[in-house]
Design a binder for this molecule. Structure first.
Ligand code: HEM
Length: 201
């Protein structure tokens, strides 16, 4: 493993464990998340991914970001699909956008304006997380919300066949390493990824 992917994994491992053990994630993992709670989660992920994906699109030719720009990763449209399937078209007004979400979106917009190289950290935290633990969560969510097994309501987790999700994961890590930023920047990116994890607690 090259410098950036390894540094990100190492630098966020402890925080990952904390997030995984949070009350919210445990409720989700146990299949005990009420439908309204799950919809609130999707509602709040939506503006976050919109901001992240707009920023990655703007900076798609940035040397640190270009290898990570892959339309197959984009999640905002899948979130819309799930929200419509699970709630209907009135979803934007039905669930509140929380203050933490607004602050997260503002952070992403600030990075896009001032330090786009740090967007790598947010792409890492969200996409590699979705490509990893997300696969396990899809089955749990589908079962606990009693969804049909054709993927309705869980498109967010759908990256194609398991082999494709694995290939995207490998490609993403290779993309991180191909950028090979200098040590001081690696440190700033890891710090930003830690901040991103803290925003999920
Ligand atoms: C119930 C909650 C969660 C479970 C069960 C879970 C599970 C997992 C698993 C099994 C992996 C694969 C580890 C490996 O490849 O060695 C993983 C990786 C990852 N997860 Fe999670 N996760 C959860 C929540 C989260 C959350 C909320 C985030 C982000 C906010 C996240 C971000 C990540 C990232 C970035 C990775 C990639 C680590 C790396 O290989 O560098 N996870 N997760």
């Amino acid at each position: 493993m090259g410098a950036l992917a390894g540094a990100l994994r190492q630098g966020t491992q402890a925080l990952h464990t904390t997030v995984e053990r949070s009350h919210y994630m445990r409720t989700l993992l146990r299949g005990q998340m009420p439908r309204a709670g799950y919809l609130l989660l999707l509602r709040n992920l939506h503006p976050l991914y919109e901001a992240l994906e707009a920023a990655l699109q703007t900076h798609r030719n940035h040397p640190l970001l270009q290898a990570l720009h892959d339309p197959r990763l984009a999640r905002s449209a899948t979130l819309t699909q799930d929200l419509e399937a699970l709630h209907g078209t009135g979803w934007p007004a039905a669930y509140p956008v929380q203050a933490a979400t607004t602050a997260y979106v503002q952070r992403l917009q600030t990075l896009a304006r001032e330090t786009p190289e740090l967007l790598v950290a947010h792409a890492y935290v969200r996409y590699l997380g979705d490509l990893s633990g997300g696969q396990q969560l899809q089955r749990i969510v589908a079962r606990s919300l009693q969804l049909p097994d054709d993927g309705t309501g869980t498109r967010f987790y759908d990256f194609g066949e398991a082999a494709q999700a694995q290939a995207l994961r490998t490609r993403f890590r290779e993309g991180l390493d191909s950028a090979a930023p200098e040590a001081a920047l690696v440190e700033r990116i890891v710090a930003e990824a830690q901040d991103a994890f803290l925003r999920h607690q």
